[in-house]
Structures are given as structure tokens and as C-alpha cells.
Write a protein of this length. Sequence first.
Length: 378
Amino acid sequence: MAVSSPMVLSLLLLASLTALLVLAPRLSPPPQPAVAAAAGEDAPPRPARGGGLKGAASGGGVGAAGVGEEADDLRLFRRAALEAAAGEEAAGPPKVAFLFLTNSDLTFAPLWERFFAGNAARFTVYVHADPAAALRLAPTPSFRGRFVAAKPTRRADASLIAASRRLLAAALLDDPANAYFALLSQHCVPLHSFNRLYAALFPPSPPPSAAARHRRLPSYIEVLTGEPQMPSRYAARGEGAMLPEVPYERFRIGSQFFTLARRHAVLVVRERRLWRKFRAPCLPEAAQDECYPEEHYFPTLLDMADPAGVARYTLTRVNWTGSVAGHPHRYAAAEVTPRLIDELRASNHTHPHMFARKFAPDCLGPLLAIADTVIFKD
Ligand SMILES: *[C@@H]1O[C@H](CO)[C@@H](O)[C@H](O)[C@H]1NC(C)=O
Ligand SMILES: *[C@@H]1O[C@H](CO)[C@@H](O)[C@H](O)[C@H]1NC(C)=O
């Protein structure tokens, strides 16, 4: 035994090294881990890992995304487009990827945990947290280790599009079973149970084949035209700046909070022509009120590329009544009632609203109090 054990040890070592080499690229895709392991359970999360410095340095406070594209982003998007297009067959049920775009604490994580509970095989979570923002809350189990390499984001700026693309790319690379990609913020809350959402996204009608079924699944993204603010939004980068790629007649507007089908997520990370246009900075005089590229890039792109494949509405309810400075109504704790949940769910479309925003952090308690009796009771 004494003779053979060093050999056994070295064989074991060799085996585990081989396993590491085989597994490593899948678990942590280069150039940086798509899903970086966040700090341990008790320490505050450190989402700044990777990418942050570079983004901050080149941003200089003026449109972090700029006109050029950083090499690491470019590599990530290319790789996601290539690998996703290779059509890896996913084992098991299709999953919903929840993409959280945040620049503050994920206050509603406890509510999302209740939403996710019991559905481990059918969802994944990814978080893009602005590295400049200090997050104080430690991630809850579903969010732990799910932070993607992030760069600074600014409101009304192409950096929000870049962050959304990073989330899509990370989710595409991480799990071939991810079939839908729901973009959410830290102010979003669920309005229905996970089962209700899942049944809406994956209708039970028996399909001829899984592949054919996936081709037919629509993306839930708002696509509007003829809104009063569109001429000035279109001209925000100067006369003719969007031409020839985006003529005014093809320019669209819609909420940035979408739920994209996998084929459209691939389309987004692969796309470069429109992205180059939309990431150009707005003119200084337009930057304040007319520059919200994140409300235009996705609906314009998808309506050009696959108009029949999008539902043209979003599953995420927002209340623009009495909006101030481009911010929608923000619900406070006193407004959270069973009746509000009912009102927010109501929709004129095929599906009710599944998510809603924006909720102030103090809504967590009142929302948890009605979670089982109202929100997750369909
Ligand atoms: C929308 O917000 C306004 C305040 O701006 C509020 O009076 C109204 O009740 C809200 N609507 C819903 C459905 O919550
Ligand atoms: C549905 O459509 C009606 C009529 O246009 C409108 O009054 C109502 O506000 C709509 N409801 C929702 C939830 O959008």
C-alpha cells in the first residue's frame, strides 16, 4: 500500500486536472468569467470584478459606451453569437433566464426567492451590477455567484444597451437550456407565480419538434410607432445621423424591459450595424431629454429583423401617469394592496402582465405579506 499510494495520488491529481481542463471553459468562459463567482455569503458582493476599471477609464463621464467598442465586449458578443448559433441541444426542460440590470441593492431578492422556490430546474439568474455602485446587501441563494463581468451604466445612455447585451451573451453562453431572457431591474417585482409565467411562455400545445417550437416562440417586447417624442429622439444625434441603416420610418420606441426568445437574444448579440449607430453619443443639447437609446435600439432592431416574431407588447407593467423627468410612478409601501396587484396584472393582450415596476425599497414588507395569498395565487 505504502508503495502504491503516491501513484494513486498522482493518478488522482492527473484525473482532476484533466477534469478541470475539460470543464473550465464551460463553467467560466474567457476572456473573463461570464458568470463571475461573487464574494462569499457574508461579505458584500463585489461585482466590479473584471471590466470595471477599463470601462470607467474610457467612459470619462461622457457616454460610457462611446463610439468604439471595447475589445473584451466584442469578444464576448462574438463568442456568444458563434456558440449559440452552433445549436447545442439542451437536455431537460427549457429555462427562463432572469437578467437583472442594477445599480443599487437587489432589495426585492427575498420576494424573487419566493417566486423561484421549487423551480430550480427551470430558471437561471444573471446580474449586471454597476461596479461604481456599492451594493450593501449580500446576495440571497439564487443570486449568489450569478454576477456577470460588469461596466459602469448611466441612465439615458448606450451603456444600458451594452449591459443588456452583456447579460444576454453571458446567459446564452452559460446554459443552452435558457430559452427566454427576461430583463428586469432592481425595482421590478413579480405579479404572478413562476408556474403561471412558465405556462404563458411555453404553451402546452404539443409541438412537432422542440426545434420547431422554439422557432415559433414570440419575444415579448413593446414596439411602438407614431409616439409624439419620436422625431426629436430620432434627431438626437444630428440630422441624418441614423442613415442609411435606420430610416425614420423604421425607427421604433418601446420599454427596455423585454422578455426575448432565444433566437432573438442571439440576433441581438450578433448584431453590429444598428448597435454602432445607437451607441453613438447624442448631441449635447439633446442629451438631457431626447436621448434614451435603450428605448429604441431593441424595438427597432427586432421590428426590422423579425416583425412577425415579436408580440409587440411587454410583460412588464409600468405606470407613466404623472411621470416626472422621464421617471415612471414609483410605488410606495402604502400603495401596495391586493387591488394594486390586480390592476397591474390587467392587460389588453394575450397574456396578463407578469412583472411590474417601479417599486420603492420599503414595498418589500407589504409585498411579502401578500405574496402567498395574492401575488403567487393565480
Ligand atoms: C399610476 O400612478 C398614479 C400617480 O402618478 C396613481 O394615481 C395611479 O393610481 C397609478 N395607477 C395604478 C394602476 O397604479
Ligand atoms: C385597455 O384598453 C382600454 C381601451 O383602450 C384602456 O382604456 C385601458 O386603459 C387598457 N388597459 C390597460 C391595462 O392597458
